[in-house]
Every structure is written in C-alpha cells, then in structure tokens.
Design a protein. Structure first.
Length: 428
C-alpha cells in the first residue's frame, strides 16, 4: 500500500478516537464527567496518543526517504554533468530499446536523456547520428520527438502534488483513442451490481436465490492537451542550467492546473468531462444565506447522501472563499463543524473528512454548485502512452527566445456517480 495512503489511514484512525473522547465530554452535564466517563476518556486519549505517534512516524519516514532521494538525484545530476563536460564517451548500445541486460537498458536510457537534453538546447540540428537514433520521432502532426520515459515519469510524478483530483482518482494507461470499460449494472448505493444473497434451507428450488448482474460499457475518450512555453536562448546556452528539469517544472504546473480545471468543470467536448458536469450525481440545495447556529444541516445532508463505504474515503472540495464561510458555521450545540487537521499542514476536517481547496470550484454565488463531497476513486483518468515535445526556433528568434510545445493525451470522466454529491447555493 502507498505510504501516503498508510499515513491517511493512520491519521483517520487517530481522529476517530479523538472524536469519541470529544463526544463523551460534550455529552457531560455542566462539563462534569462521571468516574466511568473519565476512565473512558483517559483510555481514548491513551489510544489516541499511540495512533498519533504512528501517524507522525509514517510522515517522518516518508519525508526522510524523499530527502534521501532528492540528495541522491542531485548528486547523480552533478556527476552526469561532470562526465559530459569532460566529454567522457557513452558506451554504444546495439539492439532495440528495452532489450538486453539491465546495464544495457540503463545505458540506453542515459543516451536518451542526454540526446533529449541536446535537442532541448540546440534543436534537431544539434543532434548527431547517434542522438537521432536513440530519440523516437513524434507524430507527423506534431513533429518533434517523444520525450524519454524518465522525463515523462518525472512530469507525471510532479503533477499529483499540484492537483486535488488526480491524487485520489483511479488511474490507468492506454495506447488507444477511446478506453472502453466493462461496467456491471443493477446496483444501488450499497451494492455495485444486481447480485444478492438469499438465505435458504437444506432444500431449495432451482431458481431460489438466483440473481443476475447486468453488464454495460463506459467509454472514456482520449483528448489532446497542448501546453506552450518560451525560454530565453541565453539560458539554454548556459551549461550550468539543467534544461530538462527546467522544462519539466514549467510544464508540470501548467499541466496540473489545466487537468484540475477540466476534471472539475470540463464540458466533455474535446476535453474530459468534469465531475460537476457529469450526469447522475446527486445534489442538495441550500439557501446558504446565514451563518447561524444550525445552518450546518445542509452539509450533513450532503455527507450522508453518499453511502458509508464511499464517504469513509471522501473529501470535501470547495473554493477558498467558500471554505472561509464554512469555517464559521456552528452546529446546534454552538460548536464549529470545521476542525483543524491532526498536524501542521494537514487539511481541516468537516464531519471527520478532509477539506481541500481548489480555485477551479465555482464561486460562492447563487445557483452555483459551491461544494463537492465524494470519493475521488469514482473519477477515472487514463493517460495515453507517449508525450511529445516540439522545439520552435524561428517563430521567436527575433525575441531571443525558443518555444516549446508539449503534446499530451489523456481522458477522464466520472464512472461511478453515486460516489459524489454536490451542494448548490440557492440563496442570493
């Protein structure tokens, strides 16, 4: 299981214990606990301390690992740069890509990365026969070359940290223009299909307990995303600059922001269909006009509109200005429903589930779907293999700039609408 998933579960377990302790205290008359309740609270707090320590340990271990990997990659880049400046020869690898020993494949990948770096700096004219050989040309439509797998992997690795949808969605890869997913139908908010059990005696008829699932198909079209940027020619000529990392950083943010916007609001025409545009998602209406005690009812309705097996993995999503309003809401006991995260930097909580912000969510205005709650696994994303980049020299030559066009293909849409619920503000 991924480390961050373990962290999340450990934090949720700690929060659940803390919530139990708080419930006992809130239920006490005149804030006085009975001996039995006091012992229960002490037991919960001891359990909370153990679970919190485990969650903190997992976070510390992950951060230590990330630091080690970052330092190692920095050392490796420095070593590669020294070898390149010293014109140390790279061994020639024969055969097709992906074949041969691990050492040969590593050598091939190193050749690809260095050839790609030359292409980014100097264009196709800067490539010799060996560099031309190791790079794979892109489609005739886009031109340029397919980026090396290491570059593509680094781009993909950086994107989830900048987004709210991809990091929790169901992810797949494809080489097709349309992904067809078999879908079992006949389910409801509890069962995913029409199959049910029947309790039977020792003797039963042939058809007793017979249930049949229905089957359908979900089609996810693959759309093309184009990102453009320009870089100073002087900067490209500076050998101290890691051009590949620079381009990755420039594109990762643009791609991440473009993805999140489409995954939330996309029309489904030449782009993914966003969650807020998908059919079949439930909605709760609320005037949302006062910050009075008891105004949290609508959020409770949204929360419990999603089945328990999905809301236990759900997140709240809203714009920052909407979250600022929600943070002031109180329940009927005059208690704030928004609770801080378990540790510094962790998202706040509403009804035990994390609150995430995205400025791509609609503004807090009348008739807008201002809040989304649900399990992001109900949104499927398919990345098409092969990311292309084209270098534009002549177009920006007078400005002393070089342009780059990144072409990436992916599709995304809601496949399980019952995992989501929206809240629409109806008041002015």
């Amino acid at each position: 299981m991924p480390t961050q998933e373990l962290e999340r579960r450990a934090q949720e377990e700690a929060l659940a214990v803390l919530t139990e302790a708080r419930a006992i205290i809130d239920a006490a008359e005149n804030d006085e606990l009975s001996k039995e309740d006091s012992e229960r609270v002490d037991k919960f707090m001891t359990d909370y301390g153990m679970k919190k320590e485990r969650a903190d340990t997992l976070v510390k271990q992950r951060r230590t690992k990330e630091l080690i990997e970052e330092e190692y990659e920095g050392f490796q880049r420095s070593k590669d740069s020294e070898e390149e400046n010293g014109k140390k020869p790279t061994p020639h690898i024969d055969g097709n890509k992906g074949e041969g020993s691990d050492e040969q494949r590593a050598g091939q990948r190193l050749q690809e990365v260095r050839a790609f770096e030359l292409y980014l700096r100097h264009g196709q004219r800067g490539l010799g026969p060996d560099e031309q050989r190791v790079l794979t040309e892109g489609t005739e439509e886009a031109g340029g070359f397919l980026v090396p797998e290491d570059f593509r992997a680094e781009l993909i690795r950086r994107i989830p940290g900048l987004t709210v949808i991809r990091s929790g969605a169901t992810i797949g890869q494809t080489s097709r223009d349309v992904v067809t997913i078999p879908k079992v139908t006949g389910g409801d908010d509890m069962f995913t299909s029409g199959v049910r059990i029947t309790w039977a005696g020792e003797t039963q008829t042939d058809d007793e307990g017979l249930t049949d699932p229905g089957f359908g198909q979900e089609k996810i079209p693959i759309n093309k995303m184009i990102a453009k940027t320009r870089v100073s020619r002087d900067l490209l000529m500076d050998s101290a600059v890691d051009v590949s990392s620079l381009i990755t950083e420039l594109y990762a943010e643009a791609v991440a922001m473009g993805e999140d916007d489409a995954f939330i609001n996309g029309s489904g025409v030449d782009r993914p269909e966003g969650i807020l545009k998908a059919s079949g998602i439930g909605n709760t209406n609320d005037a949302f006009d006062d910050l009075l005690v008891g105004r949290s009812d609508a959020l409770i309705d949204v929360f419990f509109a999603v089945a328990a097996q999905y809301r236990n993995s759900g997140i709240w999503l809203m714009r920052s200005t909407t979250e600022a309003v929600i943070r002031k809401l109180k329940d009927s006991n005059n208690q704030y429903i928004w609770q801080p995260g378990l540790q510094a930097g962790a998202p706040g909580m509403i009804l035990g589930r994390p609150v995430l912000s995205s400025e791509f969510m609609p503004a807090n205005a009348q008739n807008n779907k201002v809040i989304l709650f649900g399990d992001r696994r109900g949104f499927w994303i398919y990345d098409r293999l092969g990311t292309e980049i084209q270098r534009l020299e002549e177009r920006y030559a007078e400005q002393g700039l070089v342009g780059y066009v990144l072409t990436r293909r992916l599709g995304g849409q809601v496949t399980r609408a019952y995992m989501f619920q929206t809240l629409t503000r109806t008041g002015a």
